[in-house]
Design a protein around this ligand. Structure first.
Ligand SMILES: Cc1cc2nc3c(=O)[nH]c(=O)nc-3n(C[C@H](O)[C@H](O)[C@H](O)COP(=O)(O)O)c2cc1C
Length: 226
């Protein structure tokens, strides 16, 4: 167990004394590991786009809602003249997106899709990714990802220069290699740990990422252990 002496010193910082850039780096480098939403969208003129977002999580399982934080283009958190990233612009236009789970097999391609491309060029083609048609929404999925969630825009909560984009999950695609089928009372279970290349990758601080390797099982007394 770590030291739990309440009088042990800390570096004590008032949030209001930090610049937006300093706060961003502290959060990015300490709230981790983070899951990654690999978000595919389509523009009003039909141009496809895909980019990773690690300020991401499940907002609610019921109704099923996923959310991620989209910063301004150029990632300047002090910029008052905020220009939208293509992802946000596309979501505002079509009110639809797909969250693809970024797995180990896609590590390099996923990171490359964060590079800025001239407007009108698709990160799919540029990075050797294949577009797979979605069922309910117009933006395509990234073919081969273990799970893809088709989402309809629910709400964009504007928090300063970052916007928290929430989407209601309307359809799921699960790769058969991670699909378990019925287990217990649930008809559809998955195991993304089954194969190394289907394991989701995590974002750490700086330019660091994590592959899931040392996995431990700890049973809860009252919790769902299955
Ligand atoms: C692993 C990873 C995680 C990222 N997470 C975020 C994020 O949470 N929010 C954000 O605004 N940008 C994030 N970025 C940067 C965007 O992916 C990048 O700005 C991208 O070019 C946006 O694409 P777009 O302009 O096509 O929407 C991340 C980049 C990487 C590589």
């Amino acid at each position: 167990m770590p030291v739990s002496d309440p009088s042990s010193p800390t570096v004590s910082l008032a949030a209001g004394d930090l610049t937006p850039g300093e706060m961003y780096l502290l959060l990015r480098d300490s709230v981790m590991p983070r899951p990654i939403a690999w978000v595919s969208t389509i523009s009003a003129t039909g141009q496809t786009n895909v980019a990773p977002f690690s300020f991401f999580n499940v907002c609610s399982p019921s109704p099923p809602v996923l959310g991620f934080s989209c910063g301004p283009r150029g990632d300047d958190h002090t910029d008052v003249h905020r220009i939208e990233k293509d992802t946000e612009r596309n979501i505002r236009a079509l009110r639809e997106f797909v969250v693809n789970v970024a797995s180990e097999g896609f590590m390099e391609a996923m990171i490359r899709t964060s590079d800025s491309l001239p407007h009108g060029q698709s990160e799919f083609a540029q990075n050797g990714l294949t577009e797979a048609p979605s069922t309910v929404v117009r933006p395509p999925r990234v073919a081969g990802t273990p799970v893809a969630y088709e989402c309809r825009l629910l709400h964009i909560l504007e928090l300063g220069t970052n916007h928290w984009i929430m989407g209601a999950v309307v359809h799921l695609h699960i790769d058969p290699s991670v699909y378990l089928g019925a287990r217990g009372s649930s008809r559809h279970r998955v195991d993304l740990l089954a194969r190394a290349d289907s394991r989701p990758v995590g974002r750490l601080g700086r330019a660091n990422y994590v592959r899931l390797r040392e996995i431990e099982t700890h049973l809860r007394r009252d919790g769902p252990n299955q």
